[in-house]
Design a protein around this ligand. Structure first.
Ligand SMILES: [Zn+2]
Length: 283
């Protein structure tokens, strides 16, 4: 791991006050007990057959079934705590912005672990588990800009008796509420909260990219990877199984667990501050 610390540490030091873009996927939350979507861990819940559950088509056909599935998943997400990888990214944000650099995190995760850890500059490109929204497009609580705090919506009746009548409903128009997440059969432009245009700008203006725990199987990783390739900037992927599945030969794969590697990188950066030439002399 020493070599990996050196490689990424040096790249971050050489970046100076440039633009650092970090893209995180389910792999970063695995150490917090949230199963990955398409990972190889035995608990990966997002197997091919399950992808069908996270679609608008399924929501329309069987909202009761989809809400039961989501509530189960959101329960696991709500109980999870940030792990050392989330914490180290906050340290990295502080370190880099103190040097005058720009830090942006784009996460594919719907959990709330980055915000719980204290990350400031972040886009949740696939939505969030702590909000819901009205399924009626154009309603003030639905697309394109509306949503509700999930904790303020009563799910008790539905949990006690999961029927169509007990589904949570919009306080504004009475339509059925839906998860505030991007379904597989929807587009990033579906809701303003996904902040897709901003994410594209971040990809275009990045001087260094770090992917963490992503399987490169969603649109947003393609957009970042393509921008990185075209601009010929340093691109890293922290992924314990990444050597087997690198989508691009010029991608520097660091085959470590993020919760182990990232804290070491931060330690390296903090003990390795290049002192100014005049302050350096002992005499
Ligand atoms: Zn509504």
């Amino acid at each position: 791991m020493k070599e990996q610390i050196q490689t990424l540490g040096t790249a971050l030091e050489n970046l100076g006050p440039g633009s650092l873009a970090v893209v995180t996927g389910a792999g970063i939350s695995q150490a917090s007990g949230i199963p990955t979507f398409r990972g190889t861990d035995p608990e990966a819940i997002w197997r091919q057959s399950d992808v069908a559950l996270a679609t608008f088509e399924y929501f329309r056909r069987d909202p009761v079934g989809q809400w039961q599935w989501y509530l189960q998943r959101f329960e696991a997400v709500a109980a999870a705590k940030p792990n050392p990888a989330h914490t180290a990214l906050v340290q990295l944000e502080n370190w880099h912005t103190l040097r005058g650099g720009t830090f942006n995190l784009v996460t594919q995760n719907i959990d709330t672990l980055h915000e719980a850890a204290g990350t400031r500059s972040m886009i949740k490109i696939h939505g969030t588990s702590d909000r819901v929204r009205c399924s009626q497009v154009g309603c003030s609580r639905g697309s394109p800009g509306g949503s509700l705090v999930a904790a303020e919506v009563r799910f008790d009746d539905f949990i006690a008796a999961p029927t169509e009548q007990n589904l949570p409903r919009c306080p504004e128009c009475g339509s059925i509420l839906r998860a505030h997440v991007l379904f597989f059969d929807e587009y990033y432009g579906e809701h303003q909260d996904y902040r897709f245009a901003e994410a594209e700008e971040i990809a275009q203006s990045a001087d260094l990219m770090i992917f963490i725990g992503t399987s490169f199987s969603v649109g947003i990783t393609d957009i970042f990877l393509r921008a990185g390739i075209l601009k010929r900037i340093p691109v890293f992927s922290i992924d314990p199984g990444g050597e087997r599945s690198s989508p691009w030969p010029d991608l520097t794969v660091l085959p470590s667990a993020a919760e182990e590697l990232l804290p070491e990188i931060c330690r390296h950066l903090e003990t390795h501050q290049s002192p100014s030439p005049t302050a350096d002399s002992p005499h």
